[in-house]
Design a protein around this ligand. Structure first.
Ligand SMILES: Cc1ncc(COP(=O)(O)O)c(C=O)c1O
Length: 367
């Protein structure tokens, strides 16, 4: 077996994985067509529906990381020539733009400075002007720590016959994600953030409206692997073999979802908020400042300015890892070298973790 150190994961993901989720990975591998695995698949879908707060029939874990989930939505729901309105206020909006283009969409971007979010009235005005087929925003921008409000967009998108899509990779399991109530037609996440499961699956959900578009496409879906009508047949339909599901990863997701629902969604969201407030107060007492907009900051991803007296921020992160086994994230894109990204995700959103982070920072950051 490989030799693996114990780490305290407080970067932008992966997050700490509870023992029982790791134990689920080590359960006996059974066949992906075994009736017992089908039962587990059904239970996963039901639990995912609860976590996504949706009744969508097409709710399943896509095999692959969050990026595979993004491509599953784009490849299935964007038809060549579709007008796509995509928000860019960080790295992940840029990636979505690229994916929509590759799927044949004609992309128009809404832009906001990194760290800021889009005013929903402005998004609605842009939708009314452009009448896009697809509108897509990142709910929790992991590169900037910004939380995008989503609750007032659905009606505007739908009155022009479009679909509202959401990246909730970092928010699902740590913040309210109300797919049905907000009128979101397609969303994807990843297992390694607030679901506290290793990376490897991308929970995806599609509304009836999205399924109607998919079922009436004029062109075939470019990707065979991610074609939801084929994958859906395995997960929800006639159970036809499509690809070999990553069986043990699905056991792990099953256990991670069970833990979330046992805790209760609202309790879990409150726990993330408490951990964030505690970290923020510990850090601000020590003179650190936050780089994210205080009105719209994520609890699970703390964007902290690197103190100006530190010349080599990478050396600090290296010492945290080597001397304290603690991982925090660097800034991404425009924020590289300027910020640290401190994650309090899933099982890592606890007071004990907050204290571990500040103790390690105190030890390595010159006072
Ligand atoms: C907001 C967001 N979207 C998409 C992704 C891509 O997910 P993955 O790295 O699991 O492919 C990430 C990963 O950090 C993310 O934070």
């Amino acid at each position: 077996m490989p030799s693996v150190p114990q780490r305290y994961l407080h970067g932008p993901g992966p997050s700490p994985v509870p023992e029982s989720v790791l134990a689920a990975l080590a359960l006996p591998c059974i066949g992906h067509m075994d009736p017992q695995f089908m039962r587990i698949m059904n239970e996963i879908r039901e639990m995912l529906q609860q976590v996504f707060q949706t009744e969508n029939e097409m709710t399943l874990p896509c095999s692959g990381t969050g990026s595979a989930g993004a491509e599953m939505l784009m490849d299935n729901l964007v038809e060549p020539g579709d007008i796509c309105l995509i928000g860019i206020n960080g790295v992940f909006g840029q990636r979505l733009t690229e994916k929509a283009r590759r799927a044949g969409g004609t992309v128009h971007n809404l832009t906001a400075p990194w760290g800021q979010v889009f005013d929903q009235d402005e998004v609605v005005a842009a939708i009314d002007e452009l009448k896009p087929n697809i509108v897509m925003l990142v709910h929790a921008e992991t590169s900037t720590g910004a939380l995008q409000p989503f609750d007032r967009l659905g009606d505007a998108v739908h009155r022009h016959g479009g679909l509202l899509l959401m990246d909730c990779v970092t928010s699902l399991g740590g913040l309210r994600v109300k797919i049905d109530q907000w009128g979101v037609d397609g969303a994807y996440s990843g297992t390694q953030k607030c679901l506290s499961c290793p990376p490897g699956l991308a929970p995806v959900t599609l509304s009836e409206r999205a399924m109607h578009k998919l079922n009436h496409r004029k062109t075939t879906v470019n990707s065979w692997y991610l074609d939801l009508r084929l994958v859906g047949n395995y997960w929800t339909g006639i159970r036809a073999y499509h690809h070999t599901a990553p069986v043990n990863m699905n056991y792990a997701l099953h256990e991670a979802l069970r833990i979330i629902l046992d805790e209760g969604l609202e309790n879990r969201f409150a726990r993330h908020q408490q951990a964030h407030e505690s970290l923020k107060s510990e850090l601000t007492n020590r003179g650190y400042t936050y780089a994210s907009d205080p009105q719209n900051s994520l609890p699970m991803l703390n964007l902290v300015n690197v103190p100006t007296e530190i010349e080599d921020e990478a050396a600090i992160r290296r010492r945290l890892l080597e001397e304290h086994h603690l991982e925090i994230g660097s800034g991404l894109g425009d924020l590289a070298g300027k910020c640290w990204r401190i994650g309090l995700m899933g099982h890592g959103a606890r007071e004990e973790c907050v204290q571990r982070i500040v103790t390690a920072l105190d030890a390595v950051v010159p006072q």
